[in-house]
Ligand binder design. Structure first.
Ligand SMILES: [Zn+2]
Length: 143
C-alpha cells in the first residue's frame, strides 16, 4: 500500500510548469546556415533539423513556485492508477485550496484553471526553499 507523504489541510508550497513557445530561434544544428556539411562526403546538404529554413521553433518548459507569498492547503487526496506496458503504477494526487481561494484575484480566470490540482508528491514541498530549489534543478535540466 502506498503511503501518502502529506495529509489533508497540510500547508504546502507547490510548483508547476509553463511552456513558452520560442519561435524563430537560430537553428542549433546548422547554426543558422540552413545547410550542414556531411561527415562522410564533406558536401553541404540541407539541414535535417530546420529543413533549410535556418530557424526553428522550440518549446521551453519553465518550472516555478505557484506563489512565493503564501502556502496552499491540501484539500483532497486521491489515488490514481496509471497503466502502461510495464504494469500498473499507483500515483497519489493532491488538490489544493489554491485555485478556489485565489482565483478571483486574477483577471483571466482561464489561465488559472487547474493550477494547484492533481499535483504529484514531487511537486509539493513543506518549505519555500525546497520548492525553489526543485524549480532551479528542473529548469537547469532543460539546457
Ligand atoms: Zn538548421
Amino acid at each position: 500500500m502506498t503511503k501518502e507523504k502529506f495529509k489533508m489541510n497540510d500547508e504546502v508550497w507547490f510548483i508547476y510548469s509553463t511552456v513558452n513557445l520560442r519561435s524563430n530561434i537560430c537553428c542549433p544544428c546548422c547554426d543558422g546556415r540552413g545547410t550542414v556539411r556531411s561527415g562522410i562526403t564533406k558536401c553541404r546538404t540541407m539541414c535535417p533539423v530546420c529543413s533549410g529554413k535556418a530557424n526553428v521553433t522550440s518549446y521551453e518548459k519553465k518550472w516555478q513556485v505557484a506563489d512565493s507569498h503564501r502556502t496552499a492547503k491540501i484539500s483532497s487526496i486521491s489515488k490514481k492508477i496509471f497503466e502502461d506496458e510495464t504494469g500498473e503504477e499507483m500515483s497519489i494526487l493532491y488538490d489544493t485550496s489554491y485555485f478556489e481561494t485565489y482565483r478571483y484575484g486574477f483577471s483571466d480566470e482561464s489561465d488559472w484553471v487547474g493550477i494547484g490540482k492533481g499535483l504529484k508528491e514531487d511537486e509539493i514541498f513543506r518549505t519555500l526553499e525546497e520548492a525553489q530549489l526543485e524549480c532551479n534543478k528542473r529548469n537547469n535540466e532543460n539546457f
